[in-house]
Every structure is written in structure tokens, then in C-alpha cells.
Design a protein around this ligand. Structure first.
Ligand code: PEP
Length: 251
């Protein structure tokens, strides 16, 4: 049985009082109406420690990124060890905004995955094609390469500690969602790639999330697809009621 997860990526939003308020509204909602999936919240770095104390076992906390190095003279960076030390348990790696805006290459992402494995953080490894790649019908090739250049450099034991998030870049923050059929087609492809590389057992057990304008209206349709094990939610995760509804759509 693979883990079902709804994860929130708050990106660079909210000051501390609003972040606490949102987390409290989410935990209140989860206490009233428990979700049948794991709930993971990825706030900005500076709120990690504070928000870990707010989760009271109802959710887990993720970082949105980590440094590719362990420690040392890397001004402004935050290491996986530091993230672990404040009680966060997940870390998003390779989000398309990091790949595009901060030029994160496969080598850097491989190092970040290694840092996560070294520090007991479950990486949520993001992959997905951009609009041009989809229109040129290269989306399967692109996603296969993103797996091959990064995740496939690890052992099956490491890969088993990973959550994959398929996030078509053309759907992130655009209001354009992949249809449930498009998402299912890619999730099933990713699972087959995992089976070929690491074996059927891992393919059957690895969690693959969908991300890209998933919201309270369209989550149910996506989550009924057999290879979609939950979602990585951006904009819709900033409103507690919407996020809770999404969590409750995953059964
Ligand atoms: C994301 O940033 O991971 C994401 C899925 O964003 P949105 O839901 O806003 O498209």
C-alpha cells in the first residue's frame, strides 16, 4: 500500500502571524474532520520551527528547498541537517521555480536528494515538462530524462525513501490543470519507468503526487485516478477551507 499525501507548498507567502493562523486553521479542520491521507505543509524556511510546534501530530512539515552542501561558508543557505534539527520531515527538491529561476541543474538536484537521504528528510522530487515540450509532444521524453539524470543515480533503497511530484510546468500557477486523463497517463508512465529501473515492487509502492492548479473543485477528479496518490498544492493551499477540502477528497 503506498502512502497517500496532500502537501501544501506555501512558496514565499505570508508573514508569521498569518502563517500561524493558517496552520492553526488547518490543524483545527483536521481535528474536526480527520483526513485519510498524510498532510504535509511546506512553509517558508523561517517559520519551520514555529510551525512544527503547531502541527500537534496532525500534519508534518516540509522545507521548500535545501542546500546541496552539508555546512560551511554558504551565506544565505539552509542545510538538510538544519531542517532535520527543527523537526521538519520532508523537503521539496527540484520544484520548477527553483529549476527555472535559480538554475538548479540535475547535478545540484542529485546532491540535494543525497543531503535529504543523509538527514532523514523525505524528498518530494518534482518533475514535469514545460508548455513547449508538451506541444512538441516531448513530455514523456523530458520526464524520463528528469528521472534518469537525478533519481536513477541512486540505489533502490534511496529511491524507496522518495515521493515524486509530477508537476507539468504549464499548469503551475496558471489555472490550467492537466486533465485527470493527462495526469493519469503521465503517472502511469512514471510508474513504468520506476518499474524498469528499480523493479515492480518499488513501482507499486512509490507515492506519485500531481501538482499544477489542483484546487477544491478539480481535486476529486484527479484523485480518483489509480496512479495519482495525492497532490502538491500551491495557490489553493493558502486558504484553509480549500486546502482541507482537497485533503478530504483523497481517500
Ligand atoms: C506548486 O507550486 O507546486 C503548485 C502546484 O502550484 P499551484 O497549485 O499554484 O499551481
Amino acid at each position: 500500500m503506498r502512502a497517500k499525501i496532500v502537501a501544501a507548498n506555501w512558496k514565499m507567502n505570508k508573514a508569521l502571524p498569518q502563517a500561524i493562523e493558517l496552520m492553526q486553521a488547518i490543524t483545527f479542520g483536521l481535528r474536526q474532520n480527520p483526513a485519510s491521507c498524510k498532510v504535509v505543509i511546506a512553509p517558508p524556511f523561517v517559520y519551520l520551527e514555529r510551525l512544527v510546534t503547531e502541527t500537534t501530530g496532525l500534519a508534518e512539515v516540509a522545507a521548500q528547498n535545501c542546500c546541496s552542501r552539508n555546512n560551511g561558508a554558504y551565506t544565505g543557505e539552509v542545510s538538510a541537517g538544519m531542517i532535520e534539527s527543527v523537526g521538519a520531515t520532508y523537503c521539496i527538491v527540484g520544484h520548477s521555480e527553483r529549476r527555472q529561476l535559480y538554475a538548479e541543474t540535475p547535478d545540484v538536484l542529485e546532491a540535494k536528494l543525497q543531503r535529504c537521504y543523509d538527514h532523514n528528510l523525505t524528498p518530494i522530487f518534482c518533475i514535469g515538462e514545460n508548455h513547449l515540450e508538451r506541444t512538441e509532444e516531448r513530455h514523456f521524453e523530458v520526464v524520463a530524462q528528469q528521472l534518469e539524470y537525478v533519481l536513477f543515480n541512486f540505489t533502490v533503497e534511496h529511491a524507496a525513501k522518495t515521493v515524486i511530484a509530477y508537476e507539468p510546468v504549464w499548469a503551475i500557477g496558471t489555472g490550467l490543470t492537466a486533465s485527470p486523463e493527462q495526469a493519469q497517463e503521465m503517472h502511469s508512465f512514471i510508474r513504468r519507468q520506476i518499474a524498469t529501473k528499480f523493479g515492480q515492487e518499488l513501482a507499486d509502492n512509490i507515492t506519485i503526487l500531481y501538482g499544477g492548479s489542483c484546487n477544491a473543485q478539480n481535486a476529486a477528479g484527479l484523485f480518483t485516478k489509480e496512479d495519482i496518490d495525492g497532490g502538491l498544492i500551491g495557490g489553493a493551499a493558502l486558504v484553509a477551507d480549500d486546502f482541507l477540502k482537497i485533503c478530504n477528497e483523497l481517500r
